[in-house]
Structure formats: C-alpha cells, structure tokens
Design a protein around this ligand. Structure first.
Ligand code: URA
Length: 215
C-alpha cells in the first residue's frame, strides 16, 4: 500500500488544511486542497503504469521519450469524489471517465451493518485496462467493493488502483479480504480507526458535506 504522507512533503500542508476545523469550512479551499492531493497521487500512480518508447521531433532533432502507453480509466464515486477526481483528470487529461452513485442505505451503530446501494453507473469498457477508482474516504471499504463488483459489468480490468485521501485500517483490511481482482491501494494518509458511526478518526468529518454542503 502506498501512503503519500509517509514522507514529509507539501501534501502535509493540504492534508492539515482539510482536517483543521478552523480552515476546512472554506469550501473553495477545501475542494482545491483535495484536488491538489488528487494531482499528487495521480503522479505517484503514473510511475506504476506501462510506458513505451516514442519518437518525437523537436525543431532541431528527432529524439525519443518514454510515454505512458494508455491513460488509465478514471472512475469517480459520486458525489464526494468530484474534487479529488478533478485532480486526477488534470494529470490524465485524455482519460476516459466513469461515474458511480453510491450511498449508505443502513447505518447501525458499530458500523458493521452499513450497507451500500448503487443508484447510478455510467462507465466505459474497462476490459484489460488500468483503472483508477477514486473516492476520498476509504472508511468501511464497502462502497469501494460494491463499485468494483458493479464495474465488472464493463469488463475485467488489468489493474484497479484504489485511490483515497484518507483510509481507515478497517477499510483496508476489508478490501484486502474481499477483492478478487488485481488491485493496488493508494492513499494520502492512513488514519487510526473508524468510530461507531463508521467515520474515520481523526479523519476530517464528512468530505461530501465539506465540499458541497450538507444534504
Ligand atoms: N465518509 C466521510 O465523508 N467521512 C468519513 O469519515 C467516512 C466516510
């Protein structure tokens, strides 16, 4: 599992601002910081993709450079993922994109009973492709797993890169036990635990509400 903040970098500044109650209510800044984290994680993921040597011509000479063979397919889990997804789209600017609407249908104290329903899926063919599945909060892992299962209607991917801003150990363990396809986990921060409402601690609160307002 790749954890962006394991090394000190500018990512810590963005993470501190989205977590800090004194700063996070600036909605524009919150979305911008999440977008920047998406860009940084997209860059890290790019190092694991396939490259091919490609010829280009400068005004002075022919030369060659290693370019990504195929841009990955980006899948965004609505609505909270939109700013994070925008960061990925800034980096993979030719990527095909898909969208999944997932929501919690049952919440029982203790979190174990949380169920996820999918309302909507519009996604391209992912057969044999590198896919980046984007959702900022990897809490129980259930919406990621449900999304992965549903995406298989669109083919079997070569690799699913699971990208989050903040992950909980419980969600990571759940995905590790249940995903049957090749996958890699990427997060900006790995936090302590889930609370009884399945919110990540210390986390940041509700990412969707902070980005777009309370439902
Ligand atoms: N979704 C959120 O927005 N925050 C959490 O802590 C968990 C799920």
């Amino acid at each position: 599992m790749f954890i962006l903040n394991q090394q000190n970098s500018i990512a810590n500044t963005y993470l501190a601002e989205i977590r800090n109650v004194e700063v996070q209510h600036d909605r524009l800044r919150f979305r911008k910081n999440i977008e920047r984290l998406g860009e940084l994680l997209a860059y890290e993921i790019s190092k694991s993709l396939s490259f091919k040597q490609t010829s280009i011509t400068t005004p002075l000479k022919d030369t060659s450079i290693n370019l990504i063979s195929d841009q990955p397919i980006l899948i965004s889990v609505l609505r909270a993922a939109m700013p994070f997804y925008q960061g990925f789209l800034n980096i993979y600017d030719h990527a095909d994109s898909g969208f999944i609407g997932a929501y919690r249908t049952e919440e029982v104290k203790g979190g174990a009973e949380i169920e996820i329903s999918l309302l909507y899926q519009a996604a391209p063919n992912i057969d044999g492709k590198e896919v980046i599945l984007i959702d900022p909060m990897l809490a129980t892992g259930k919406s990621f797993l449900k999304s992965i299962e549903n995406l298989q209607k669109n083919g079997l991917p070569k690799m699913i890169h699971i990208a989050s801003v903040i992950a909980a150990p419980e969600g990571v363990a759940y995905l590790e036990q249940n995903i049957k396809l090749p996958y890699k986990l990427w997060t900006c921060a790995l936090d302590e635990k889930l609370n009884s409402n399945s919110y990540i601690v210390p986390g940041l609160g509700d990412a969707g509400d902070l980005a777009f307002g309370e439902k």
